[in-house]
Design a protein around this ligand. Structure first.
Ligand SMILES: [Fe+2]
Length: 245
């Protein structure tokens, strides 16, 4: 069994298309998306549609969670403090897809041999953000069970996304994996995804990087006048996080 893991597409269609083409060459059995299909980039709606067409499972990211919270307030008539930026993305996504992303599960899991692999966007219980150099006790939290977990034991392999920077660490014989970002990588400007394969005793984990047409992604962002355009384009080109002023 071979499974491709993608996340943080953030409405970047050229990156998503390049990754799907690459995944096709890998002969995988399943594709799982770890959230943040939407936001930041210009094509959230199309990113949702491509994920729905291609992924066997999708878990919710902090962007879907945050936008859906605003969407639920708006539809309930509470318009206070909902940013123009959030409204822009909600308009682009549309109601049917907002309802869909708001109902996505927080986590999923599967077993390879006897090894429990648990997957979520940022943290099994919430959207706390942990980095490879976060305190060890924080990183160890990531092996804990989620509310939706069928298995309550600690994961042997915990897989997350959120920080847009892929890495693998071995901690007390458990493995912590970050799969990086398809559409908004923040280490090098190449799309990132992961392939995991049932290797019997061990789970084989492959970090994959894919070149994509960044000029086209920039062009689409210009055409759509994406919110925070300058920062977004800087991030696409440099893979350095751009703090909004
Ligand atoms: Fe993200």
């Amino acid at each position: 069994m071979k499974i491709a893991l993608i996340a943080d597409i953030h409405g970047n269609l050229p990156a998503m298309e390049a990754v799907l083409r690459d995944i096709e060459t890998q002969g995988v059995n399943r594709i799982i998306c770890l959230g943040d299909m939407v936001g930041k980039g210009p094509k959230s709606r199309a990113a949702i549609d491509l994920c729905r067409q291609n992924c066997d499972e999708i878990v919710i990211g902090n962007w879907e969670h945050g936008l859906f919270r605003d969407f639920a307030r708006l539809t309930g008539g509470d318009t206070r403090d909902i940013s123009e930026r959030a409204r822009w993305f909600m308009r682009e996504i549309g109601e049917e897809r907002m309802e869909y992303v708001g109902a996505l599960p927080h986590s999923t899991e599967f077993a390879f041999g006897g090894k429990l692999v648990r997957l979520f966007h940022a943290h099994p219980l919430n959207f706390n953000r942990y980095f490879p150099n976060s305190p060890l006790e924080q990183r160890m939290e990531l092996f804990g069970s989620a509310e939706s977990s069928e298995e309550k034991r600690a994961a042997d392999v915990a897989v997350y996304a959120d920080i847009h920077t892929p890495y693998i660490q071995t901690l007390s014989e458990r493995r912590l994996v970050n799969i990086g970002s398809v559409g908004n990588p923040l280490d090098i400007p190449r799309a990132s995804y992961v392939v995991v394969e049932d290797g019997g005793e061990e789970t084989d984990i492959q970090l994959v990087r894919v070149d994509y047409d960044i000029d086209r992604a920039v062009e689409l962002a210009w055409q759509c006048q994406t919110p925070d355009l300058e920062g977004y384009i800087t991030e696409l080109r440099t893979a350095k996080y751009f703090r909004r002023g």
